[in-house]
Each structure stands twice: as structure tokens, then as C-alpha cells.
Design a protein around this ligand. Structure first.
Ligand code: HEC
Length: 77
């Protein structure tokens, strides 16, 4: 469900949509929680984060944080 905007591998093809791959896990968690609490305002992202549990957010952050930053790059930073 995140793929349409953030890309299959967390590499977005649209300039307005940030890349998520390889991003710091703690940063991803706090960003998603900020949308959920309304501290970050973005209609689409707030709608996406609304129904997620804390557990969901951690799993998403784990997933995207582990993806390589560029497709085909398997080297962990
Ligand atoms: C309708 C398109 C859309 C969908 C679907 C979507 N996002 Fe986003 N997302 C955005 C946009 C646009 C931004 C940047 C918003 C802003 O400027 O605050 C963003 C920002 C983010 C950020 C903050 C990134 C940063 O670097 O600050 C995270 C994390 C994120 N999205 C995760 C997700 C996850 C996980 C999902 C699936 C549950 C998802 N998004 C679904 C459009 C989308």
C-alpha cells in the first residue's frame, strides 16, 4: 500500500515523495508517529498512518530501513 507513492524498493520515482530505503529506523518511526499525531501535516500520509499500530510502524521502519538505498546495492552502510 505504500508502494504506489514510495516505490517498490523504497526508492520513489516522484520528486514529491521521499525515498524511504536505507533511511534511519528511528527517524522513520518518529516521522510516521508525527503524521499519526498530526504534528506533521500531510493529508495522504496522515490517512495512511491513521489505522497503524505502534507495532506496524516499527515493522515498516525495520523493513524500509534495511532496504538498500539504490536498487541492486546490497552493501549495508
Ligand atoms: C498517497 C501517496 C502516499 C502513500 C500511499 C504513502 N505515502 Fe508516505 N509520504 C508521501 C508523501 C508525499 C510524503 C512527504 C510528505 C511531507 O512532505 O511531509 C511522505 C512521507 C513519508 C515519510 C517521511 C519520510 C521523510 O523522509 O520524512 C515516511 C516515513 C512515509 N511517508 C512512510 C510511508 C509508509 C510506511 C506508507 C505505507 C503505510 C506510506 N508512506 C504511504 C506519500 C505517500
Amino acid at each position: 500500500m505504500c508502494v504506489s507513492c514510495h516505490g517498490t524498493e523504497g526508492i520513489s520515482s516522484l520528486p514529491a515523495h521521499p525515498h524511504l530505503a536505507g533511511q534511519n529506523r528511528e527517524y522513520l518511526i518518529s516521522a510516521m508517529q508525527q503524521y499519526q499525531r498530526g504534528e506533521r501535516q500531510h493529508a495522504a500520509m496522515q490517512a495512511m498512518m491513521g489505522p497503524l499500530s505502534e507495532q506496524d510502524i516499527k515493522q515498516l521502519a525495520d523493513y524500509y530501513g534495511r532496504l538498500p538505498r539504490t536498487p541492486g546495492d546490497t552493501q549495508a552502510p
